[in-house]
Design a protein around this ligand. Structure first.
Ligand code: UDP
Length: 239
């Protein structure tokens, strides 16, 4: 018999801004809609891993400017990401999708610890794996973690869901009418031109390891499913 093509496996990054709908706390209507869109792709055979951001609760850098110790503030930020994971897990399960949450800071009552081989096994079984608590290390971002988790669990692509923009532009399209929409971009371009894609640590990790990434807008209905299925929306970023 002909060999079956390996299933598409992707890592979706959802920022805290998405979970919070732009404010503090959870925009449950948004999370429910995104969960349903993820479910649509999973039912079509895509293996989906997710990294949740946490800026809708705390950002370590902001708390540190307000006087908290940076590392402790970062741990608060990481704990916030776990609440987002649980919310997404709940809506996915309500939609009939099997899920596991794995956290980089162990909290046995709430989630599995991060065990990469086990995460891969879950993905192979069609379970959505949601990674929480960032890297478990202060001074890192969930963008960087997205790239690291995608590499370690052998994802084909990182999908960076964005709010307020539908692609990478040469300048901020919300303030600059001459901003050019980019179909394709290299990591070196993004770093050198200071384009607002991800932080520099995440970009250089991508560049050094030849990661394929798509930056797309989450707000248009159906876009999450489209990105997960591999449609060419937004901006493709490569080495
Ligand atoms: N964070 C961290 N280490 C990590 C990931 C996250 O210290 O590996 C902390 C950091 O304080 C960050 C917060 O968690 O501000 C929330 O994550 P992030 O800002 O990346 O979320 P997003 O911007 O996607 O909402």
């Amino acid at each position: 018999a002909a060999e079956q093509a390996p299933a598409r496996r992707v890592l979706l990054k959802l920022s805290g801004e998405t979970f919070g709908g732009g404010s503090v706390g959870l925009a449950t209507d948004v999370v429910r809609r995104i969960a349903q869109e993820i479910g649509d792709a999973v039912r079509q055979g895509v293996q989906v891993a997710i990294v949740s951001g946490g800026g809708n609760f705390f950002r370590g850098a902001e708390l540190s400017r307000a006087g908290l110790d940076r590392a402790r503030a970062d741990y608060m930020g990481m704990l916030g990401t776990v609440m987002n994971c649980l919310a997404l897990q709940d809506f996915l399960e309500q939609d009939g999708v099997k899920t596991r949450v794995q956290t980089a800071i162990t909290m046995g009552q709430v989630a599995e610890p991060y065990i990469p081989l086990r995460a891969i096994r879950h993905l192979e079984k069609g379970r959505v794996v949601i990674f929480g608590a960032g890297a478990g290390m202060p001074y890192f971002s969930t963008d960087t973690v997205s790239v690291q988790r995608a590499l370690e669990t052998h994802c084909d692509e990182v999908l960076m869901g964005k709010n307020g923009v539908d692609a990478v532009y040469s300048a901020d399209p919300r303030t600059n009418p001459d901003a050019e929409r980019l179909e394709h971009l290299t990591y070196t371009d993004a770093l050198v031109r200071g384009l607002n894609v991800m932080d520099a640590t995440a970009l250089s990790l991508c560049r050094d390891n030849d990661v394929r990434m798509r930056v797309f807008g989450l707000e248009e209905t159906g876009n999450v499913t489209r990105a997960l299925l591999g449609e060419k929306i937004g901006t493709l970023v490569t080495t």
